[in-house]
Design a protein around this ligand. Sequence first.
Ligand SMILES: [Cu+2]
Length: 498
Amino acid sequence: MNNPINASVTRRGFLAVGTGVLATAVLASCTPAPPRYLTATSSPVRKAETARGGTGRVTRVELTAAPTELDLAGTTASTWSFGAVPAPTIRLSAGDTLHATIHNRLPTDTSVHWHGVALRDDMDGVPGLTQKPIASGEDFDYEFVAANPGTYWFHPHVGPQLDRGLYGALIVDDPHEPLSYDDEWVVILDDWLDGVTGTPDQVLKELSGGMGGMMSGGGGHMMMGARSELLGGDAGDVAYPYFLVNGRPAADPETFSSASGKRVRIRFINAGGDTAFRVGLGGHRLTVTHSDGFPVTPVDTDAILIGMGERYDAIVTLADGVFPLVAAAEGKGAAAFALVRTASGQAPRTTASIPELTRSVLTADKLTADPSVILRKRPVDRELTATLSGSMMAYDWAINGHRFDPSNPLAGALGVKQGERVRLRIVNTTQMWHPFHLHGHTYQHAGPGPRKDTSIVLPGRSLTVEFDADNPGRWAAHCHNIYHAEAGMMTVLGYQTA
Ligand SMILES: [Cu+2]
């Protein structure tokens, strides 16, 4: 509100001391109040962790992030990884504590984000919000209770580092697992260019130059014309020479071996930077049982569309033979490929296209949460909107009109109150789809749709989700297209201090 008394004081002050005061007054009116929401090390964060309880059992792992080489069927890519691509899978049981020591032997800062886990905020791995970056040569200990079973994964939250080889699966087993199956496979899908056609940092620089950058010859990695009906138009921005299953290209495929008649649980994880995958198994139907770690009412399908950061679990009963597992890079005219073998015999060609990918393709909007994880019905205490804006031309991706700026959080400078039921409307005003990811919470799609932490929001559409503000701290919320996020399509969900 404009206060006439203050206005006259300011005016008199201006007349008395000149332009310095005017400059200060203008600055003060443009700079938002500094955020007053909780810090990651506040006592409510510690209290929430204590309330999680847990079994007291501790799983200890060490991860060394370092430069390494990846053999892509004869092409050697110089990259960064945690020793292997993907990193060895980390497994623990729900309620157990993960103690992960990270050794940063990269030439730059890094961090580790435990994607999808509702963990203590100070272990969420987002420099600038929840911790200081782990500097080159330094070590950092992450320690948290993993309360909910499910398929999760981990990756850095520094620059576009996740588009290198720095990722792996984090599987939290359910000690009372209701599903029965004979075997389990982790299938991590990835789009790859690091150390082959450039680095993710170069890509980000090119894309950030927008159309101008491309016209001046800097657009070697920019992809025009990637189209997908399922994604509502433009499928992606970046051209990748390889698409990988568990770090392996089609020419040297991963082979999953089992026996005919066995029931296998497949945990699909999209670790890509800018690619949605449409995945199916030749000659089989998939029964989808989980999305983003949480159970859904099982649905049979021929294929699944998986955006960056999303996970799906499916059960399949294996037939007799050798079968192609194909993950088409949606709209990009190429695919990741692996083999499933239950008998001796000739392997299908790595270019095998499978009819499953053009039959029924499951997307999250067709899912219903399993009754055991449906959010209790209660009135909504607070409504929030995240409006996604920007264009590929200008590369000015933003949320609620701001490129990432912790002083412009999602719920205002004060933040949400712990205990509130929050309704979040994600509005996509752009001409491109975005996989929206909220840290620290698993919201529920309206419906009651599935519980998720990463959701595809189509161009020109909106998605409404609800969650309980039960995990205090400061949480990143962003597009999981790593180039969109780094260009600015990221914000903060803060919690009130009292
Ligand atoms: Cu995006």
